[in-house]
Design a protein around this ligand. Structure first.
Ligand SMILES: C[S@@+](CC[C@H](N)C(=O)[O-])C[C@H]1O[C@@H](n2cnc3c(N)ncnc32)[C@H](O)[C@@H]1O
Length: 247
């Protein structure tokens, strides 16, 4: 399904205080997870097992290792060519299925829809709603929790790759942070937000720092934990925020 809605609206910048308490990559063994398990062991195992695997694949592996429940919803904040949306749509259809996938991008949405149609089964494709709009407006689309049960939100930040793409159209810290905040409010307990930050393009390092600060702020609220996968200075950085489980 393809929905056309207004583009971005102006969002004020947000100031956040840094905190040193994030969890960085380390090695550890994989543990069994309950339906709402903290991500620490899953994350560490993925990192340890995938040192030569592209970071996008590490992210996919972390999503797959998340315990999912029937009726869970999924969000792709940056659909682009829809490669990540394909992964989410397949997850939503596994088992009893019933989950929905909400995808957002400010461009390329018809091509993304065509890509999804050719990659997915009719039932997988039917679970996806694409919205041509800024991801800072996701709360205008998804009903608030607990009506939305969002298990995984993903964002592959930066610009659309490819020879033909306009590299000046890229994610911006201000709207990325608003999307991160809104996504955090929609997560079910145990749900995750997975943001891949590219630091090699102009503005990318600033966006990564903004994402880290917001992740720290969420963690300081006591309701979330965050994890930072940083392989080397120029590699893309993976930031994962998880809504803490309720005991
Ligand atoms: C790195 S690409 C995403 C790649 C995509 N995940 C894939 O599998 O092909 C980043 C995308 O973010 C989109 N984007 C930039 N600003 C946006 C915004 N404010 N809201 C939604 N999407 C945005 C760009 O148009 C671009 O398609």
């Amino acid at each position: 399904m393809l929905r056309r809605l207004p583009r971005s609206r102006r969002i004020p910048a947000i100031a956040c205080a840094p905190s040193p308490r994030h969890r960085s990559d380390s090695s550890s063994s994989m543990s069994s997870s309950s339906s709402c398990a903290p991500l620490a062991d899953v994350f560490a195992a993925s990192v340890a097992e995938t040192s030569r695997v592209p970071i996008t694949k590490v992210a996919h592996e972390i999503w797959r290792r998340q315990r999912r429940e029937p009726g869970d919803d999924y969000v792709d904040l940056t659909v682009g060519h829809a490669k990540d949306t394909v992964v989410l749509a397949r997850m939503a259809n596994e088992g009893e299925g019933g989950g929905r996938v909400f995808g957002f991008d400010i461009q390329n949405i018809h091509q993304a829809s065509a890509n999804l149609k050719s990659e997915l089964s009719p039932s997988e494709y039917g679970a996806v709603e694409l919205h041509e709009m800024c991801h800072s407006l996701i709360q205008d689309v998804l009903p608030p929790a607990p009506e939305s049960r969002v298990a995984i939100v993903v964002g592959n930040l930066g610009y659309l790759p490819g020879a033909e793409s306009d590299k000046t159209v890229k994610t911006q810290p201000e709207t990325t942070i608003v999307a991160l905040r809104q996504a955090a409010a929609l997560l079910r307990p145990g749900g995750i937000i997975s943001l891949l930050c590219y630091v090699g393009h102009e503005g990318g390092a600033l966006e990564h720092q903004s994402v880290l600060k917001e992740a720290e702020r969420l963690q300081d609220s006591g309701s979330y934990s965050f994890y930072h996968f940083d392989r080397s200075p120029l590699c893309p950085k993976l930031v994962i925020v998880q809504k803490n489980c309720v005991n």
